[in-house]
Design a protein around this ligand. Structure first.
Ligand code: PLP
Length: 387
């Protein structure tokens, strides 16, 4: 069988995953400390797990509405109103999805015509490019710089726009850099968005993990709600990655287009996970605050530690990643990460995995215990001294 002829060209066009390659390498090394993974090291808070047990006990084993449980959508609407004064109708402007991952895929497939361009400020989360390619779109990357603390600049956005540009993906707080953008920064972006009639996919999955200043939700900016698709979920803030539940809030027409796909592909997010998510929204704030406090403490330790070792690192205000420069070592990101793993058993992710502008940097996740972080810092220091 000639498999290359059998597999769809869209799938063939997806580049191999740089992150997966790295975890494969790590699986053969002993005594590993990982600053590689992008998920909370906390177990989902007990009261949320308990709600799931109860749900199963009650016999919740069926499909829900394609939109998701109405009471969950109502709670999501309440949250968006409470935190951002954003009004969304839970009946037709909010959709519960199988994580933000599904929601992003739905939005891109619902919006893109063949060859239309998706603007990706990078370094960025690894799934945006494959999802765009699978939806028939074309990726246009916009490089952000360490000097700007990896914020997207309006000027750079303007320069990247062509007549084919349709969608801008924003992810603040950012994976992989931890960068945030404040209201003034985003207002400049909003002006360009309006000028060029773009639609914004605003991935705000790390919004609750903001340690300095307040998170600005892009849809709150003047004129932006009607052209923003707002993504958020439960994976990061509530330590619920494995439950696979997220949501999207959007103008009705866009939501209905996404729904056309969702109803035939996923049908609905798992009911038990939706019940757990409901409990998270109703009673989860205190646990989130505890986890945020802990991440914040680790953030200070890791940023200080990396800078003291000589790996220059700005203090990111959100998510649970730091993105230090390794340029002082003379190694490429790949070399640094591979050698650090082989010689000292520390997993970090080479920055170039997230786009060309990540070359010369590594991503370290501090969703790892303080003990692990201290030990990793010690090993990284020893590694650099040996170079
Ligand atoms: N968006 C970003 C920026 C992420 O970092 C991740 C996961 O790492 C996701 C989306 C996926 O989230 P979910 O678990 O809700 O599918």
């Amino acid at each position: 069988m000639n498999w290359s002829e059998m597999i769809s060209p869209r799938v063939q066009a997806i580049p191999p995953s740089g992150i997966r390659k790295f975890f494969d390498l790590a699986s053969g090394v002993e005594d590993v400390i990982s600053l590689g993974v992008g998920e909370p090291d906390f177990v989902t808070p007990w009261h949320i797990r308990e709600a799931a047990f109860y749900s199963l006990e009650q016999g919740d084993t069926m499909y829900t509405s394609n939109y998701g449980l109405l009471e969950l959508r109502e709670e999501i609407a309440n949250l968006l109103k409470r935190d951002y004064k954003l009004e969304y109708n839970p009946k037709n402007q909010i959709l519960v999805t199988v994580g933000v991952s599904e929601a992003l895929d739905l939005a891109l497939r619902a919006l893109l015509k063949e060859g239309e361009e998706v603007l990706l400020p990078e370094p960025c989360y690894v799934s945006y490019e494959p999802s765009t390619l699978l939806a028939g779109g074309k990726v246009v990357r916009i490089k952000t710089k360490a000097e700007d603390n990896f914020k997207l600049r309006a000027k750079d956005l303007r320069e990247a726009i062509t007549s084919k540009s349709k969608v801008l993906v924003l992810c603040y707080p950012s994976n992989p850099t931890g960068a945030t953008m404040d209201k003034e920064d985003l207002e400049e972006i909003a002006e360009v968005v309006k000028e060029h009639n773009l639609i914004v996919l605003s991935d705000e999955i790390y919004s609750r993990l903001t340690y300095e200043g307040e998170h600005t939700s892009f849809a709150t900016l003047e004129g932006m709600k009607e052209r923003t698709i707002l993504f958020n979920g439960f994976s990061k803030a509530y330590a619920m990655t494995g439950w696979r539940v997220g949501y999207v809030a959007a103008p009705e027409e866009i939501l209905q287009a996404m729904m056309k796909i969702h109803q035939y592909t996923m049908l609905c997010a798992p009911i038990v996970s939706q019940k757990a998510a409901l409990e998270a929204l109703r009673n989860g704030d205190r646990e989130v605050e505890k986890m945020v406090k802990s991440y914040n403490q680790r953030r200070r330790v890791i940023v200080k530690g990396l800078n003291e070792i000589g790996l220059e690192c700005f203090k990111p205000k959100g998510s649970f990643y730091v993105f230090p420069s390794i340029k002082s070592t003379g190694l490429s990101s790949d070399e640094f990460a591979e050698r650090l793993l082989k010689e000292e058993g520390v997993v970090v992710i080479p920055g170039n995995v997230f786009g060309e502008s990540g070359e010369g940097f590594i991503r370290c996740s501090y969703a790892s215990s303080l003990d692990n972080i201290y030990e990793a810092l010690k090993r990284i220091e020893r590694f650099i001294k040996k170079l």
